[in-house]
Design a protein around this ligand. Sequence first.
Ligand code: 3PG
Length: 309
Amino acid sequence: MKFLIATEKPFAPAAVKQIREIIENAGHETLLLEKYTDKKDLLNAVANADAMIVRSDIVDKEVLDAAKNLKIVVRAGAGYDNVDLQAATANGVCVMNTPGQNSNAVAELVFGMLLNLVRSGFDGASGSELRGKKLGLHAFGYIGKLVAQIANGFGMEVFAYSPSLARNPEIGKEFNVTGVKSPEELYEKSEIVSLHMPANDQTKGSINYELLSKLPQNGIVINTARKEVANEADMVRIMEERPKFKYATDIKPNNHDTMVEKFGNRYLASAKKCGAQTGEANVNAGLAAAEQIVKFFASGDETFRVNPK
Ligand code: 3PG
């Protein structure tokens, strides 16, 4: 079988080397398409592929239709909002993710961004500390739990909201986290909120003025999830109204230039999405993806399938 690794943002070379070994030791062939800038290159590359490993690469109907031999796509990472699941199902393609494999890198970045904000971009102005601050985790999956563990080390008081935690607050105990019943309660109780939900129809635009205004005047939001979950106009409005409000995002919003111009170092965005961009995360997620595909072809294993059949 031909395994295409299609990564606009490549894995670390050491990860690619190990992914190749898994594929080739199982008797398959590797095709590699990195740093492509034109969708045509992806359309050409998928034409012969039986399997595909991607990151945030857009796998839409056009890509899936061009991939006549494709049986499986694995998103080496958590969020699969970049893959058209309906079109995949219609074409008989199995879609999987690799949950948890790159979470630690994202959790660590939360604190990198947070420290930058509370120390005003390291410009020498008097900042503030994390110890004793109230941190709210909006969603409590693999990343949320790791963020909680690190926050405990900083001596923060941690709250979290997720539907499962609201049903069973006991889950939080192991992580020294107080589960709350609603997003509204989370923002009322927190000084800093870190977003960890997927982007879907329910969550897109859900971080809106109503929720944000429940944070204190000097509230902070860290977004290492997806740009689409934050309502951009509402973020501008709250930051205009509250001169100490801060926002950091690992994914540049569409209104990035406005945010830079209006809010200076109260706003921080990474140049390119880098939450999962560590050698360790690349190895963990990339190897898991290759192994999942090898198993899929060897035994039909669909453990991490995310699209309906
Ligand atoms: C994920 O969903 O796994 C993260 O957002 C990482 O995405 P990336 O592989 O594009 O860096």
